[in-house]
Design a binder for this molecule. Structure first.
Ligand SMILES: Nc1nc2c(ncn2[C@@H]2O[C@H](COP(=O)(O)OP(=O)(O)OP(=O)(O)O)[C@@H](O)[C@H]2O)c(=O)[nH]1
Ligand SMILES: [Mg+2]
Length: 402
């Protein structure tokens, strides 16, 4: 029985009939494949071989060329510039602080007093021993050195006790020691401690011309330089131009100045000044006063009123009450201190104009008579001419100059 040829039978028959074509096609395909592999082979081989050796070789010349001319290093240096610069900066000396204004030495400023008190000693003391003649001459010297009678007597007595019969050269040392002992008693035990929270209120008293306003200006400058906020009160409403004078000091020192009407009530100015200082959260408030009142009753009444008004808002104010005394007035300074300490609670003395006088010995008399600290000494008209008082330093200046 004849069967119809299947699809496979037909394909075999076709292949048999076209064997030559099939072989040709197959071989073409094979050669194409071989050609493709051949064309790819050298590339693959090159990549593999190049990896460790050739890449290193290729990179090496580049690095070698770049390092000397620094292109690779340069950016790194740029980036690292602050770090690289740092050691050089550290080695540089710290910037110099602003030079302080040259301060004339205390010794120079006290030269006249020193000459009067110590300089004359050379003529009094001979080469021999201390006897009654030497004591008599010394007495005359001490009584004309503005120390005050009591203080002069006291010092003379000390010299008698400690140096009588000894070499005259001893007198200088004995006198120096005795004066240091007296002044040490009025050296403030500790620096002023500002009341916190402020304002620390300072009332400044003294007869006219003693140096109140100038002292306030110098003091304000010291406080503002120390970073404190300062308000000044022109409580001298009596003298024409007194407020303007304080205003000038305020501008110079960077302190605000509160003033009232000329001829107005000083207590009202004091009140406004404290109010303003409180409102501005000032650290220090310094109130100037008129120096015209030298008779006890009106002075007492005026100061009592100022004190009452100041303490209305700040019950413990004033925290300081400075009495300014002109050392030129010599023994008169002692009677002024007497008057003011009776009418006001003076907490500290300021002795001004020590630079221009031979009467500075009065400071020893003041120390002897009043147990009130000498806070400052004025040694010139400039802003830097107010110095804290230190007994040893002061006496050193007196005895070195003499
Ligand atoms: N040489 C010198 N002069 C000073 C010193 N202190 C103040 N004076 C000068 O003394 C004069 C009077 O100073 P003021 O500060 O105006 O005195 P005051 O007590 O305020 O005077 P009134 O306001 O009139 O009561 C001024 O010419 C100051 O320059 C000082 O320590 N040395
Ligand atoms: Mg004044």
């Amino acid at each position: 029985m004849d069967q119809a040829p299947t699809l496979i039978d037909q394909a075999i028959a076709w292949l048999t009939g076209n064997a030559a074509i099939a072989i040709a096609v197959s071989s073409s395909l094979l050669s194409a494949l071989l050609l493709f592999i051949d064309s790819r082979w050298p590339e693959a081989e090159g990549e593999d071989a190049q990896a460790p050796a050739e890449l290193a070789e290729a990179a090496a010349p580049e690095v070698a060329a770049e390092v000397p001319s620094e292109p690779a290093v340069a950016p790194a240096v740029d980036e690292a510039e602050p770090v690289a610069a740092e050691p050089a900066e550290v080695e540089q000396p710290a910037p110099e602080p602003e030079p302080e204004p040259a301060r004339v030495s205390l010794r120079e400023r006290l030269a006249k007093t020193s000459q009067n008190l110590v300089g004359r000693l050379g003529r009094v003391l001979g080469a021999g021993t201390v006897d009654q003649d030497v004591i008599d001459e010394l007495e005359a010297l001490l009584f004309t050195a503005d120390l005050g009678v009591t203080t002069a007597e006291d010092l003379l007595e000390t010299v008698k006790q400690r140096a009588m019969g000894q070499d005259a050269s001893q007198v200088r040392a004995v006198l120096r020691e005795a004066i240091v002992e007296k002044l040490a008693k009025v050296e403030a035990a500790e620096p002023v401690v500002l009341k916190t929270p402020g304002p620390h209120v300072v009332l400044v008293l003294g007869v006219n011309g003693s140096g109140k306003t100038t002292t306030i200006g110098k003091l304000a400058a010291q406080y503002t330089r120390a970073g404190k906020k300062v308000v000044l009160g022109a409580g001298d409403t009596f003298r024409a131009a007194a407020a303007e004078q304080l205003q000038v000091w305020g501008e110079r020192s960077g302190a605000e100045v509160i003033s009232g009407k000329e001829g107005g009530d000083p207590a009202a100015v004091a009140f406004d000044t404290v109010k303003a200082a409180m409102a501005r959260e000032a650290d220090v408030c310094i109130i100037d006063t008129a120096g015209r009142l030298q008779t006890k009753k009106p002075l007492m009444e005026e100061l009592a009123k100022i004190n009452r008004i100041i303490s209305r808002d700040l019950p413990d104010a004033p925290h300081e009450c400075l009495l300014v005394l002109d050392s030129n007035t010599g023994q008169n300074a002692i009677s002024q201190a007497q008057l003011f300490t009776e009418v006001a609670g003076v907490t500290g003395l300021v002795l001004t104009k020590l630079d221009g006088t031979a009467k500075g010995g009065v400071i020893v008399g003041l120390a002897d008579e009043f147990a009130i600290p000498v806070r400052y000494v004025g040694v010139g008209e400039g802003v830097d001419d107010l110095r804290e008082f230190h007994a040893e330093e002061f006496v050193d200046a007196l005895f070195e100059a003499g």
